[in-house]
Ligand binder design. Structure first.
Ligand code: UDX
Length: 439
């Protein structure tokens, strides 16, 4: 099939390359000429494992092309995926829909033939119905320009895998246009043939599946972090608690790792937008708990700062702190709402001299927080440090030899903000170790 993918960020670039991998002819569309120029030469403007190879492969095969022209997009294909971002609004907790709206406003006037626009972004419930009406109003094809909602659940770091073999597909369709379902089934023929389950439903349910999934995951993480707070008050061990809980198949162990909490471009803003939307709909009390989920999450960052103060003798001013990790999670260079970088910046504001290391996110971090120092190696960051704070659980930090690190620091003190390091080995090498939620 011929498809366009509008928006070439983490979601769109992945979707475009994966659709080409599934055998479709794909035209990626973005309003940023620099981004399009990079993609045309097979280069990605961000880090995602395996994606650069896939983009390069299909740029070379000719199945994947890029443009800045919506007119070209409308002429090229009759199925258009909208993959633009829905960041948090600057003036509140709701979602900023300007990019989602702009796709419909810009594309629709070029839709002269019957076409299907497929929304993939995470949006407040009710958005698809509104966009569907707007599309029909603006398109020369009128009601033959249709909309479907097909939320994306990919995780950064596993984006290619999650797109080619998703846990499930969700098709939100207008009951008046059942033929849109067969078009979507044709797009996803390969994963469907491999047995990927599909839920075909209406617009609002499809929109809610995504926000509900992210709310559940955020709640699970904050649940275990709340347990960590209780553990801290009683000298219990949250990692053993979590392990014991995980054997209960009703609970399961995934997303039950206590630490400095969740960040990234999705969970934090999605739970805030979900709650804001529920309030608009008069269902505020149903999601009031998400305020608590957010608060627990942010308190973990306070806890790390408090531990740093405790370890450095209540005086962070002039204290040399090495921060390991800037990305919001490993295998990503994404620093959006990153707990690691937020903690680093807070330590700096309290007067600490902070040296940050991250295997992939240094360029992004430097642009956002030029006031911090950056090191190109974990050991370099730790040189003469009074305290090391481990905040993003990259495998390379687990592979470090605690004895070798002890030799370069001023004082061997460590906060493990991800409960990912072997505390026994670090203590045996002479380190004072303070994990989160553990004695
Ligand atoms: C998330 C959802 O998983 C994905 O389905 C959705 O489409 C977008 O949002 P992503 O933002 O890529 O994906 O990251 P995810 O792997 O979910 O991790 C989110 C955050 O939670 C990270 O900061 C991670 O460090 C943290 N986390 C995750 C924990 O603190 N503990 C855990 O047990 C799991």
């Amino acid at each position: 099939m011929r498809l366009t993918v509008i928006g070439t960020g983490y979601l769109g670039a992945t979707h475009a390359a994966c659709m080409a991998e599934l055998g479709h002819e794909v035209l990626g569309v973005d309003v940023e000429p620099d981004r399009i120029a990079a993609l045309r030469s097979g280069r990605l403007p961000f880090y995602e494992p395996g994606l650069d190879e896939l983009v390069a492969k299909h740029v070379a095969s000719g199945r994947l092309r890029f443009t800045t022209s919506y007119e070209e997009a409308a002429a090229f294909a009759d199925v258009h995926f909208s993959c633009v971002g829905t960041p948090q609004r600057a003036d509140g907790d709701g979602a900023d829909l300007r990019y989602v709206d702009a796709v419909v406003e810009t594309l629709a006037p070029f839709l002269e033939r019957p076409a299907l626009v497929v929304g993939k972004s995470t949006v407040p419930v009710g958005t698809a119905a509104r966009l569907s009406a707007r599309l029909a109003e603006l398109a020369p094809a009128g009601a033959a320009a249709r909309l479907a909602w097909n939320p994306e659940f990919l995780r950064e770091g596993y984006a290619v895998e999650d797109t080619l073999r998703p846990d499930r597909l969700v098709f939100g369709i207008d009951p008046a246009t059942p033929e849109t379902e067969s078009l979507l089934r044709e797009v996803y023929a390969t994963p469907l043939a491999e047995g990927v389950p599909v839920v075909v439903t209406d617009f609002p349910t499809a929109e809610l599946v995504k926000t509900a999934a992210n709310a559940f995951l955020a709640t699970k993480i904050s649940f275990i972090n709340a347990m960590a707070e209780v553990c801290e008050a009683t000298d219990a061990d949250v990692t053993e608690l979590s392990r014991a809980l995980s054997f209960d198949t009703r609970i399961g162990g995934r997303f039950l790792n206590a630490g400095v909490g969740f960040g990234g471009g999705c969970l934090p803003k999605d739970i805030r937008a979900f709650r804001a939307r529920a309030e608009e709909l008069g269902a505020g009390p149903a999601l009031a708990f998400l305020g608590e989920v957010d608060a627990i999450n942010l308190r973990r960052r306070d806890r790390v700062v408090a531990l740093a103060e405790e370890l450095c003798g209540d005086e962070l001013s002039g204290c040399r702190v090495a921060v390991w990790g800037a990305a919001f999670k490993p295998e990503s260079d994404d620093i959006r709402d990153s707990p690691a970088l937020d903690v680093a910046a807070r330590l700096r504001r309290r007067g600490a001299l902070v040296s940050v290391h991250d295997p992939k996110a240094l360029d992004n971090a430097r642009k956002r927080h030029p006031e911090l120092d950056y090191a190109t190696g974990a050991l370099e960051a730790a040189q003469d440090a009074d305290l090391v704070v481990h905040l993003t659980e990259w495998a390379e930090y687990r592979a470090l030899d605690p004895k070798a690190v002890a030799e370069v620091v001023a004082t061997p003190r460590l906060i493990d903000g991800r409960n990912a390091l072997d505390t026994t080995a670090w203590r045996a090498a002479g380190w004072t170790v303070r994990p989160l939620g553990r004695p």
